[in-house]
Design a protein around this ligand. Sequence first.
Ligand code: PLP
Length: 427
Amino acid sequence: MPYQKFQPESLMMSYGHKSGMARGAVKAPLYQTSTFAFETAEEGKDYFELAYGLRKPVNGEAPGMIYSRLDNPNLEILEKRLSLWDEAEACAVFASGMAAISTTVFEFLKPGDVLLYSSPLYGGTVHFITEVLTRYGIEVVPFYYDQQPEAILRQLKASNQAHRLAMVYIETPANPTNTLIDIQSMSKMASALSTEGRQVLTVVDNTYMGPLWQHPLQLGADLVLYSATKYIGGHSDVIAGAVLGNEPLISRIKVLRTFFGSMASPFDAWLLTRSLETLKLRMEKQTRNAQRVARFLQHHPMVENVHYLGLLTEADGEQYRIYERQCSAPGAMLAFEVKGGEKEAFAFLNNLKLVKLAVSLGSTESLAQHPATMTHAGIPAEILAEMGISENLVRLSVGIENVRDLISDIEFALEKAAEVQEAEMVG
Ligand SMILES: *Cc1c(COP(=O)(O)O)cnc(C)c1O
C-alpha cells in the first residue's frame, strides 16, 4: 500500500520526516537554530530567489532553509502533518491562535472592504474585529446563527455592502453554547458574491470542534483556522495557531507571517508534532467521556439545561440537521446551567477537586469556567443574554480522566451547589 494512503493517525508518527536526513533518528530532531548555513554563495542566491518569488519552484521542490522567521524544519514537519486531518494542500503555523487569525485577516482585507462575521465569536477575535480592524477602515457586520443566508444577503444589499464583501468569518460550534452555523450555505453565499477579480473568502475557526470531527474545507470553506493551544496541543503547555487551505492562499499568508514575525518557534512546533501523535486517541477518549458526563448532567436535579451536540435530537430542528450534515462526533465541549444563579454556579466551581477551574479547552485534563464573568466578561449584559450566557451557565472541557472519577467530582460539587441554594431559601 502506498505510504500516502494510510490514515492520518497512522502517519502522525513519521510523515514529513526522513530518518536518513537525521543520522537515523526515528523522531525529528529539534532544529533550535535561528539561521542556516549555505554550502555556497550560489546556493544562498538560489534559496532567496525561490523565497522571494523571483523564480517558480521546480517539480514541487522544497524551499531551502534560510532563517527561522521564514521557515524551519520543525515548522515544515508540523505543517505537513496538520494538513492531513483536513486534507488541505498547505498549512501555516503561528505563535498563537490570535496570530493565525490576525495575520490571515490582514492579508486579505483592505480599507473599504466588508467583513461579515458570525456572532458569538471567541472574545479575542471579537475585540480584534470590532476594535482593531475598524481603525483601518474595514466595515464589520455580525450575523447570528438563526439568520438565513438569504436574509443576510438582503441586509448586505440594503446597506450597500454586498459588492464590497471580502470575507465571511465563521465560528461553529459557537463558544460556549455549541450553536451551529451551516458552513456550506454560507460559503455558497460567499461564492455567489465573488467575481472574476474578487474572491469572497469563507474562513472558519474550527478550534471548538478540533480537526477530527468537522472539515470546513470539504464543506466549501477556503481557509480553516485553529488555536493549536487547544485540542491540537492538548496538554495545556503550548500556545500556538494554524491556518490551512490551498497553496496560493497559504503562500500569501506565509509572506505576511514573515513580516509580522508571527510564526511558531521551533520548540513549540516540536512539542506540537509530539502532541499530534496522540490527537485522535485523546479526542476519542475525551468525546466518550463528554458523552457520559452530558448524560449524567441531563438527569441531575441541580442542572437545568445541557448544551451538548451529542444531546441534539430531531426536536431541535435546523440545529440537529446541521449537526448531522456537518459533524461526525459531538466533541468534548459542553455547557450547562446550574439551578439558581451566580452563587450556585460559583459553589459548583469552587468545590471541584479533579476538574481544574481555568479557561482554555481541549486538553487532557478537564477544565471548568464561568463564561459570564470569565471568558465573556467584556460583553454587555444584553448581548450576553442574546447569546444565552446566563449567570448560572458553566462551561466544561472534558479531559481523559477516568469517567467515573469525573462524574463523582461533578456530583459532589453539584451537591455543594444544592446546599448553597437551600441555605438561601431558608435565609
Ligand atoms: C483560544 C481560541 C482562540 C485564540 O487562540 P490562542 O491560541 O489563545 O491565541 C481563537 N479561537 C477560539 C475558538 C479559541 O478557543
